[in-house]
Design a protein around this ligand. Structure first.
Ligand SMILES: Nc1ncnc2c1ncn2[C@@H]1O[C@H](COP(=O)(O)OP(=O)(O)OP(=O)(O)O)[C@@H](O)[C@H]1O
Ligand SMILES: [Mg+2]
Length: 233
């Protein structure tokens, strides 16, 4: 199976009179090399859903299938190893370590994965060049712009060759020009790497760059149709 599939996901927060059903039978599917945007109002459950698909949180019911693996059937140790190898995360803020250079930051997940260091270094350099950061490779995050930091975060998320990339408002703290550049980069790079991408976003521009858009409405995901005029260029 070359897809990520979440089926009938339900998640309730609180209990008894204070219970709130955030996700009510949410379904999604994204294939390798394809990108999916998830939109919806603040508080609608987008991050909750992303965290469940990313195995950082569990659903009350429903199933998650990550390329043929049920992550929740794994032991805690195996799940941690699976997550580190198979899933890359990008958040609204880059979370780069301030005392480390761009190169050191993007290599950190390879140390956890105990990858071959020569191969990891070659891949890091290749991806850093791919995102246009070679001239900043030894700079610390404080010396970079917000867009440059986010490009480094994209490389860090991809360094272990994940099959799934999850991005929670990846352009949310960037100016319009930098946001557009990151959106274009994400759309291209997941195709090149044959990685499935799910991007939660409030930005219609970013959503249009993805292959499909779903909106979270009252706990369920609804497909958003696009007109031909709305196709990303
Ligand atoms: N750990 C938790 N305990 C209780 N309620 C929670 C918890 N996490 C999230 N919620 C609630 O679940 C709902 C959905 O939260 P979530 O963060 O998934 O929304 P979101 O769509 O990502 O919002 P935003 O666009 O603001 O990031 C919110 O009402 C939130 O308060
Ligand atoms: Mg959120």
């Amino acid at each position: 199976m070359d897809s990520v599939v979440a089926t009938q996901i339900c998640k309730r927060y609180g209990s008894a009179a204070n219970a709130r059903d955030v996700l009510k039978n949410a379904n999604l599917r994204v294939d390798a090399g394809k990108s999916l945007a998830i939109m919806g109002p603040s508080g609608s459950g987008k991050s909750t859903l992303l965290n469940i698909v990313g195995t950082l949180d569990t659903a009350d019911s429903g199933t998650v299938d990550l390329f043929g693996t049920n992550p929740f059937s794994l032991t805690e140790k195996d799940l941690a190893a699976f997550r580190n190898k198979s899933i890359g995360f990008i958040f609204q803020s880059h979370h780069l370590l301030p005392q480390c250079s761009v190169l050191e930051n993007v290599l950190l997940p390879t140390i956890v994965a105990k990858s071959n260091s020569r191969e990891a270094l070659d891949r890091a350099k290749h991806l850093i060049e791919r995102v246009g950061l070679t001239h900043r490779i030894n700079a610390r995050p404080a010396m970079l712009s917000g867009g440059e930091c986010q490009r480094a975060a994209v490389v860090r998320a991809l360094i272990n060759g994940p099959r799934l990339l999850l991005a929670d408002e990846p352009t949310g703290s960037l100016d319009r020009v930098s946001a557009d550049a990151i959106g274009a980069l994400l759309a291209e790079i997941v195709r090149e790497e044959n990685t499935a991408l799910i991007a939660v976003t409030h930005s219609p521009e970013l959503a249009l760059r993805m292959d499909a858009t779903l909106e979270l409405r009252d706990g369920a995901l609804v497909a958003i149709e696009r007109t031909s005029a709305g196709t990303a260029s």
